[in-house]
Design a protein around this ligand. Structure first.
Ligand SMILES: Nc1ncnc2c1ncn2[C@@H]1O[C@H](COP(=O)(O)OP(=O)(O)OP(=O)(O)O)[C@@H](O)[C@H]1O
Length: 455
């Protein structure tokens, strides 16, 4: 029982660095309510100056959601905790509603964190949620295709969102029943979300199936997830080592791989490194298919070729193995929006008036006119890569400036590590860091879990 464990909140929260404050994501359900109270207990006991803000997202999907948010607000007021309710006002899709709600939820939580200067969001995911996640992934073919030590690792203890805010899950090792015992002991109630038992959705179906299984069944699922997490981390470290050793970026948008990668001892790590680099070059959030990537590596071992996978041209020739974004399917010219990601590859920040600029791919004709020093890298490849880079032109006349006055660059385009730019699970920190260094992406913010347990 929890009341015989007075140090529970210390055990849960002392590994976390709260210097940059914390947003507690509180739905009003048992898990996140317990999370909030335990965290408040911990911060009070350690006399921490950390800013704590509880945030409830009202998805507006059920009658009663506003009342649940109000109940959280009331609890927070009683306990002296700052609280805010944010409403999801966007369009609600007719299919994939849970995923869209989740997407909106993280977006709103991250916005609140940015507005408050907070770099950390804590959620109430439990061991029960972890087991459900792992079993759901077991059941999915797509995830099975991604089994190179990744799919079954479940949720990471920390995930970087948008390369900026850390989402930390301190309760991943706790059972829901223990958290409910804690709340009963504290005489605090919670809301039961009816969608959690609506078997029209996948997670409630898995939850119901789990309830009928023995404790050992769940423990086994968690054990497997733990092993898969270790494997995934190790594979990531090996892939990062290969990227450091064999990859370079001779010019913008062009990755060069030393063909020695093809005969690297660790074939699994070589395929993983290749998948991560292809997703990055192509600007794709998902890694290319495992089997197709293995087949590609096999073909590369037999000699020169030019193939396209995951929007990436893989060009193996005498000068080496090159990766670049294919010319097909680039975004058409469009009004540039500040602080957005272009083509999944470039983070755009505007130095000009919003609405004044069009962003478009440079294109092959303009790339042919670029002055490029022919070195070891074929100029034709550098031009082909440059053709897929964003360029700008004025969408509106700018009467404020005399015609020939030199202008500062209208926008900056910073590379992003596409497969990890939205969600970076802490298991994958090593390859994300290696690719960030390779392509000149922003460095990763420090993990609030520090060195230990960070991944
Ligand atoms: N409406 C909400 N407002 C604030 N936080 C929420 C809300 N819903 C969920 N959360 C946060 O997310 C955690 C997990 O909730 P839940 O299991 O319902 O979401 P999920 O969709 O399964 O998880 P994930 O967001 O990882 O997909 C909660 O403990 C809570 O911290």
């Amino acid at each position: 029982m929890l009341d015989t464990e007075p140090d529970l909140s210390t055990r849960l929260f002392s590994p976390i660095d709260f210097t940059r404050g914390a947003i507690a994501a509180v739905s009003g359900g048992s898990d996140s309510t317990a999370l909030l109270l335990l965290l408040k207990q911990y911060l009070d006991r350690t006399a921490s100056p950390a800013k704590l803000l509880a945030v409830t997202i009202d998805h507006g999907l059920r009658q009663g959601s506003a009342a649940e948010a109000q109940a959280v607000a009331k609890l927070c007021a009683e306990r002296g905790i700052a609280h805010r309710t944010l409403t999801w006002s966007g369009r609600k899709p007719s299919t994939g509603l849970p995923a869209a709600a989740r997407e909106a939820r993280y977006h709103l939580l991250a916005e609140a964190a940015r507005a408050e200067g907070i770099g950390l969001i804590v959620t109430g995911h439990t061991a029960d949620d972890q087991a459900e996640t792992v079993l759901m992934r077991h059941a999915r073919d797509r995830e099975l295709a991604d089994m190179a030590g990744r799919g079954l690792a479940g949720m990471a203890p920390a995930t970087l969102y948008d390369w900026r805010e850390w989402i930390v899950r301190p309760l991943l090792g706790m059972r829901r029943s223990a958290l409910r015992d804690f709340l009963r002991h504290e005489h605090v109630g919670w809301a039961d979300d009816p969608t959690n038992i609506d078997e029209a959705f996948e997670r409630p179906r898995v939850r119901a199936a789990l309830a009928g299984e023995s404790v050992g069944y769940m423990e086994n699922a968690l054990l497997l997830a733990g092993q898969a997490a270790v494997e995934r981390r190790q594979l990531g470290v090996s892939a990062a080592g290969l990227i450091h050793r064999f990859a370079s970026q001779p010019s913008t948008g062009l990755i060069w791989l030393d063909p020695a990668l093809l005969t690297a001892e660790d074939d699994r790590a070589a395929v993983y490194a290749l998948r991560i680099l292809m997703a990055t070059a192509g600007g794709v959030a998902f890694l290319p298919d495992q089997a197709r990537s293995e087949a590609l590596l096999g073909r590369l071992k037999t000699g020169f070729l030019c193939a396209t996978l995951s929007r990436t041209v893989v060009d193996f020739r005498r000068a080496g193995l090159f990766l670049r974004r294919e010319a097909r399917g680039l975004p058409p010219a469009a009004i540039a929006v500040d602080n957005t990601v272009w083509d999944g590859r470039r983070h755009i920040t505007l130095n000009d008036r919003p609405g004044a600029l069009l962003i478009a791919p440079l294109g092959a004709t303009a790339a042919r006119r670029l002055a490029i020093d022919e070195g070891e890298t074929p100029a034709s490849l550098m031009r082909a890569a440059m053709a897929a880079e964003p360029t700008s032109r004025q969408a509106l006349e700018n009467p404020g400036l005399p015609p020939r006055q030199p202008r500062p660059p209208a926008f900056a385009a910073r590379p992003v590590v596409s497969p990890f730019s939205r969600f970076l699970p802490s298991f994958d920190l090593a390859p994300a860091r290696a690719v960030a260094e390779l392509i000149g992406a922003s460095p990763l913010p420090a993990s609030p879990l520090g060195g230990h347990g960070a991944n």
